[in-house]
Each structure stands twice: as C-alpha cells, then as structure tokens.
Design a protein around this ligand. Structure first.
Ligand SMILES: NC(=O)c1ccc[n+]([C@@H]2O[C@H](COP(=O)([O-])OP(=O)(O)OC[C@H]3O[C@@H](n4cnc5c(N)ncnc54)[C@H](OP(=O)(O)O)[C@@H]3O)[C@@H](O)[C@H]2O)c1
Length: 349
C-alpha cells in the first residue's frame, strides 16, 4: 500500500442557512498517516448515515454535542471494518463495527477509539444496514420517542409528521403494532401513496397540498402527535389535541436551515387540553437499547417491520446528498455507500 491515499471530507465554512457547495471540501491524504494508537483501531468505512441533526452540528451554538470544527472531518454514524487494531484494543482485524454518531466518518479510512465502536452482533434475520435503520438511531428514536415519551396505547389516534422518512416510517409501523390508529403527514403524492399502500397507515396527508389542513380536520382530535418537523405543522397540530394529548418533540426539520425560526401561536391549547409537549434525545435511553433492539429485531425477523433505504453511491456525493433531507429527496433512511464490505459474510448483506 506504499503511496496509497484516502479521501476525507471536512467542514470548510459554516452555512448561514442552507448547506451550500462550499460548506464542505475534500482532500486526499496518505494512508500511512493513519496509525492506530493505544486502544484505537484503523477502520475502513463502508456506509455512512446522513441525518438531519448534522445541520445542527454545523452551527457554532450550544447543543447536546459540540459543533463540528472548521477543518474537522464531518461527523456521522457509520459502519466499518477494522483493518488494524492498536495495542490494548478489544477489537481485532476483520471485526465489523458501527461507529457512534460522534465519530468523524466522512472519510474512506479513519482511526477511532475502540470505545467509540461497537462490534455488530446480528440478531436473527438482521443485516448490516439495519444497524443504520431499525436497529440503529432512527429505530431507537422512533421506539423510545413513541413508547416512552408519547406513551402511545391501543386505540390512540396517532399523527406522525415526516412520516415517509427514516424515523417517521418506523413510528408509523410501531404505532400500528401497538394498536394505534395512525395518520401520516408527508410531502407529495408518491410518499403518501407509499405510506397508505405499503406502510399501511389509515390515511396520509400531503402537507404541500394547500387544502390538507381542511381534509385533516375530518380525522377529529389526536392523542399523540409525533413531531419530526416543527414549525407550521406543529402549530396546526396544537389546535387538534384531545385532553391529555402527548407530543414527543423529536425534531424540527422545517426550521433547521432557518436562522430566525418563528414562535408557536397555538401553545395555549396545551393548557386548555392539559396536554404535554416533551423534547427528547435518543442517546438518553442508551441503557435500554438492548431491549428495544431485541423487540425491533423480532419484527424484522418475522417480516412485519418494513425497511426502506435511500442509497447514494460514493463518499464524494455525501455533501450533495445531505441537503436532500431538507428538500424531501429521500424516502426512508438516507445512507451513503462508501465501499464494499471487506468480508461479505461477516457483513451479512
Ligand atoms: N430527538 C432525537 O434524538 C432524534 C434522533 C434522530 C432524528 N431526530 C429528528 O427526527 C426527524 C426525522 O429524522 P430522519 O433521520 O428520520 O430524517 P428523514 O425523515 O428521513 O428525512 C427528513 C425528511 O424531512 C422532511 N422535511 C424536510 N423539510 C421539511 C419541511 N420544511 N417541512 C416538513 N417536512 C420536511 C422531508 O420529507 P417530506 O418530503 O415529507 O417533506 C425529508 O425527507 C428530524 O427532525 C431529526 O432531527 C431526532
């Protein structure tokens, strides 16, 4: 491998609003510069997760994680194979791992701390990509947001925004499994058709149709609103609450690129309806992940939980793919394929 190089993509300038062609830059570096130290491993990256939260990591603001620094390789969760283990590492060459979202994974190769990697243990019927979908952050977010924060129960009217996305499409399916009547909100006829015909929601509403709110009122009032988008849709849902309704505030993608988000005018309905709105971060449930993964895996194994991935080929396309999350270009979980797994059997494709 003498003279071999690898590509990494780093934050070049912070976007003020939308991500632009100059937000990220890429460079080639000698592979020989990547040497794992004590309790570190050199990994070859195969898959990257693209997540709306990444937009927030580009802002120089206080949040639940520090911002990505200018010049730093862009952060992302990923799936990778260990190429070389440093001294003291519990991982060994050939292990297939997931890297925590905090790792700098917009790169073909990386040196990461062993403690920031988790060796994949495949439940029956699971494959590698499931660790970025139902068994990864989107699945766990859907699971804990709906069942713990939303406390959904059989017979509830559940409304889900961002419903054709990674988290939303799983929330719809978990809600159905728990006996809720599920209504979806998504952008465009195609997504609504997919939600009704394949995901199996009662009805899907296209929020880009100017008449959708009038149509939605026919549903009546709701018990749980799982909010992925914030903004105007959240404000409208505040007017549709039953007494004791719950709103798990998962995300607010409609405002992530907006430097001056507007406030909510409908918040007083929370008082009259004795309703609850609660923000949450999936990482706070880390201790409970194994039980959730086991239940989600059983649904994957019996074929009752549908997977949907939107795959973009090539690390170089990651900067163009990330903004798709903000224009609705993806259905299901958006991922980037960086390279083929080193060992196809170990990766269980
Ligand atoms: N709290 C947590 O711990 C946690 C963890 C993971 C994710 N999240 C949040 O969960 C939400 C969904 O994440 P995801 O990974 O599943 O992404 P995703 O839903 O797969 O992709 C984002 C989707 O958002 C929709 N969207 C974009 N701009 C919009 C707008 N202005 N108004 C309404 N919808 C818009 C688009 O679908 P349409 O075509 O339907 O517009 C797009 O496909 C995000 O807000 C994310 O930040 C939170």
């Amino acid at each position: 491998m003498a003279g071999a190089t690898y590509t990494r993509i780093y934050l070049h300038e912070r976007p003020v609003a939308d991500i632009t062609p100059t937000t990220f830059k890429s460079e080639q570096l000698p592979l020989s510069s990547l040497v794992p130290g004590e309790n570190e491993v050199l990994v070859k990256v195969h898959w990257l997760s693209l997540d709306p939260a990444m937009r927030g990591w580009l802002n120089d603001k206080r949040s639940y994680v520090p911002p990505v620094k200018i010049g730093e390789t862009m952060r992302a969760g990923g799936l990778a194979t260990v190429i070389k283990a440093g001294p003291g590492s519990e991982l060994k060459e050939g292990d297939v791992v997931s890297t925590r979202p905090g790792m700098r994974c917009w790169t073909e190769y990386a040196v990461v701390k062993t403690k920031d990697c988790e060796k994949l243990v495949y439940p029956k019927g699971a494959n590698m990509l499931d660790f970025l979908g139902a068994l990864g952050m989107p699945g766990l977010t859907a699971y804990f947001g709906l069942l713990h924060v939303g406390a959904v129960k059989a017979g509830d009217v559940l409304v889900v925004s961002g419903a054709a996305g990674a988290v939303g499409s799983l929330v719809c399916q978990i809600g159905k499994k728990k006996g809720a009547k599920v209504y979806a909100i998504a952008g465009g006829k195609e997504k609504c058709k997919w939600l009704e015909e394949e995901v199996g929601v009662e009805k899907a509403f296209d929020y880009k149709d100017p008449k959708w709110k009038e149509e939605f009122k026919k549903v009546g009032y709701l018990d749980v609103y799982f909010d992925n988008v914030g903004g105007e849709t959240l404000d409208f849902m505040l007017t549709r609450l039953k007494v004791g309704a719950r709103i798990p505030l998962c995300g607010a993608i409609s405002d992530y690129n907006n430097p001056h988000p507007k406030g909510l005018s409908g918040y007083m309905n929370l008082i009259s309806q004795r309703a609850k709105i609660e923000g949450f971060i999936v990482f706070d449930y880390a201790k409970e992940y194994p039980a959730a993964i086991s239940e989600m895996a059983s649904w994957l194994a019996d074929g009752t939980l549908k997977r949907k991935f939107h795959i973009v080929e090539g690390l170089d396309n990651a900067p163009k793919a990330l903004p798709m999350l903000f224009t609705g270009g993806n259905t299901g979980k958006l991922v980037v394929k960086v390279s083929d797994p080193v060992n196809k059997d170990a990766a269980k494709l």
